[in-house]
Design a protein around this ligand. Structure first.
Ligand SMILES: [Zn+2]
Length: 368
């Protein structure tokens, strides 16, 4: 993999070097694009703005509205999968911010024959040039019939992360609506992948069905509309993948140096919310985000995007939850405190990344 990574750009550059003016333009263009993303500055909300922004997140509502409907058998092509898709579409469709939700449906060969997979893509403002992407996989792992009688819920894998994304959209509905109305350059996009899990055994072709397809689709879709040298992948400022979240005290380390500053930012948010007393069962100021903790490479839905040059922040705990890929990965073993705390941290991260300031009731003249 490392060889391919470095060999391809060098080969491409050797052709371009023969035509210096093209080489210069392409390099300049790429540098500009990279700089815009690398130098992106997030806002830092005041304590009043933070309290106002996080006033609407509600774990009980999330549990009831978003998590429970996801805790069903939902491997590709099942009735549960269709119900979950419908739930995600209905939830986002009911919000005032006005999400544009599209489907990426396709058929792929699996060890059990051809199957239909469906990714869901929700974009706050499809006309915006740049996107902060939050992603999860909504499919559950398939267990063959000898396990009949037992149901694999995949609560951390990844019902909880998907429910957290829906809760973010619901809790920040007004803030996102206001942000969208200012026609910003940068918007929010939510990706719900199908077919992350291997149907039989993890291989390059039996895994990541949805993300492999969507990365390819996005790469071949010009963006902004009509562009001839940029596509939807170029529009991704940062791709945040959430997986295996919901067990007690997760620890997130740094996999990619290109995005470690955003992990540092999450740690900073964790510290700020801790000092404001907004986190529960959170004894030390840092429990979750460890930008100086190097962690190994993990195969997951980010890989097809990473291989195409997208910047990735992979929020997957090290170690994995002890219940991973067992029938104990169920609702009973979810840790409410860490889910609630992470909801707040990730919601604030999204708002600050987008530079979306809520109305501070103490200081209404600061309204956007
Ligand atoms: Zn899994």
């Amino acid at each position: 993999m490392a060889f391919l990574f470095f060999a391809l750009p060098l080969q491409a550059m050797s052709h371009l070097l023969l035509q210096p003016h093209i080489f210069f333009c392409v390099v300049l263009c790429n540098i500009k694009k990279k700089l815009r993303c690398l130098t992106h500055r997030a806002a830092t909300l005041t304590a009043g703005e933070i309290r106002s922004a996080l006033a609407h997140t509600d774990l009980d509502k999330m549990w009831q509205r978003d998590l429970t409907p996801l805790l069903v058998t939902r491997y590709p092509g099942t009735a549960g999968s269709l119900a979950v898709q419908q739930h995600i579409k209905t939830t986002l469709g009911s919000l005032e911010a006005g999400w544009s939700v599209t489907e990426d449906s396709f058929e792929a060969q699996t060890p059990y024959g051809p199957r239909t997979f469906t990714n869901l893509i929700a974009t706050l403002d499809p006309s915006a040039k740049r996107r902060l992407v939050l992603a999860c996989h909504y499919d559950s792992k398939y267990y063959p019939p000898q396990w009949h009688g037992k149901e694999f819920q995949g609560a951390t894998d990844s019902a909880a992360p998907c429910a957290m994304m829906l809760e973010l959209a619901r809790a920040l509905d007004q803030e996102l609506k206001t942000h969208k109305s200012s026609s910003p350059d940068l918007t929010l996009q939510l990706l719900f992948f199908d077919g992350e899990e291997a149907m039989f055994q993890w291989t390059a072709t039996d895994s990541l069905y949805g993300s492999r397809h969507l990365a390819q689709q996005m790469e071949s879709t010009p963006h902004p509309a009509g562009a001839d040298d940029t596509n939807l992948l170029h529009g991704i400022d940062l791709f945040v993948l959430m997986d295996l979240i919901g067990a007690p005290t997760p620890r997130f380390g740094s996999q990619f140096s290109s995005t470690s500053r955003w992990l540092t930012r999450l740690q900073n948010i964790e510290r700020r919310l801790h000092s404001m007393g907004l986190l529960i069962d959170h004894p030390a100021d840092v429990q979750y985000f460890w930008p100086n903790m190097p962690v190994g490479f993990v195969q997951d839905d980010h890989v097809p995007f990473l291989n195409r040059g997208v910047r990735i922040l992979h929020l997957i705990p090290t170690p994995f939850p002890s219940v991973w890929h067992t029938f104990d990965d169920n609702e009973e073993n979810l840790d409410r405190s860490s889910i609630q705390n992470l909801n707040k941290i990730i919601q604030l991260f999204a708002l600050e990344y987008l530079n979306a300031r809520p109305i501070d009731p103490q200081n209404p003249q600061n309204a956007p």
